[in-house]
Design a protein around this ligand. Structure first.
Ligand code: CDV
Length: 310
């Protein structure tokens, strides 16, 4: 029987504290990529904003002061060794970073993730759609959540591409909490969704335990996988970064909703699983056969802005 097994590593990273040279961060990523390649992986998935500290937790009055956190081209000299290693070992990867893009002579800032094939070439790019947090400085909070200040809403939609013998899409961190994210890709036949996240263990605006926060993170990814019959790989930047505790719990989720591999700590670590993309087929043909069972004619309210319908 033919199968489409892709061996995937969730390449969790420990903190990237301010002041860590990018060369060191990239070397850490190369070590993780080497480990994944040694284990025979076809693809390694790195976290959101993997190359820097999660800088939206601090306010800089002049946006231009933050330009050093953004990549102006991808690949560039700093990350080229990672691309070269990937090509040399024949392993693909996905990587989150802050992007400055000049479009029609206008500067735009995005929270971006790319998918790179085993030949070292970029095969897809995604720009984060659901930006959490606020645009204003809130000095009374223990840390900021200024993604709406540092980034624009992504303008590429939710691409799904043919890669790794299947249909592959991406999303980033807060996107994983929204059913629309998965369904937009589910409607394009997605079989593997890779995503990075940076999630504080504590929510300064809600009384939630670390256990509850982890449960919620898993709940939405497992539901997204099951309801769209797709693998989901969620990868954390974990540990105490610039004084803020970030959750770990990177995992690989089967289309039946089960976690089939997960990390145990808060540092640089991989969790590996063989993902047979053919395992997506039954759910797409039966329980979640969209053509047969969805009722889009009754879903018009979903397009109403901001949940204003009754
Ligand atoms: N980087 C993120 O998008 N983090 C959000 C936090 C701030 C709630 C998340 O959804 O995990």
């Amino acid at each position: 029987m033919m199968t489409r097994v892709v061996r995937i590593a969730a390449a969790q990273m420990g903190p990237v504290n301010s002041g860590e040279p990018k060369r060191v961060t990239v070397e850490r990523m190369m070590q993780l990529l080497e480990r994944a390649a040694d284990e025979g992986c076809d693809l390694a998935v790195f976290p959101e904003l993997a190359l820097t500290t999660f800088f939206p937790r601090a306010y800089l009055a002049d946006l231009v002061e933050a330009d050093g956190f953004y990549e102006h081209a991808m690949p560039n000299a700093d990350v080229q060794p990672l691309f070269d290693l990937a090509r040399g070992r024949g392993i693909g990867f996905s990587l989150g970073y802050a992007e400055i893009a000049v479009e029609n002579a206008v500067v735009h800032r995005y929270n971006t993730q790319i998918l790179v094939g085993g030949d070292g070439g970029i095969v897809s790019r995604y720009r984060k759609v659901h930006l959490p947090g606020h645009t204003d400085h809130r000095p009374a909070d223990p840390f900021q959540n200024l993604e709406k200040y540092y980034f624009e809403v992504g303008n590429l939609g939710f691409p799904v591409v043919d890669a790794f013998d299947g249909r592959v899409g991406m999303c980033i961190c807060n996107d994983r909490r929204w059913p629309e994210t998965y369904r937009m890709m589910g409607l394009k036949g997605v079989e593997l969704i890779v995503l990075g996240y940076t999630t504080p263990l504590h929510n300064p605006r809600a009384d939630q335990s670390a256990e509850l926060r982890m449960f919620q993170s898993r709940l939405c990814m497992q539901a997204g996988a099951y309801q769209n019959s797709t693998f989901v790989v969620g990868v954390a930047k974990a540990g105490r970064e610039d004084g803020v505790d970030l959750m770990g719990g990177s995992c690989i989720i089967h289309p039946d909703g089960r976690v089939i591999a997960e990390t145990g700590g808060l540092g640089d670590e991989i969790a590996v699983a063989d993902c047979d993309l053919d395992d997506c087929l039954n759910g797409k043909a039966e329980e979640f056969n969209f053509e047969r069972n969805r009722r889009p004619e009754l879903y018009q309210g979903l397009l109403a802005p901001h949940g204003s319908t009754r």
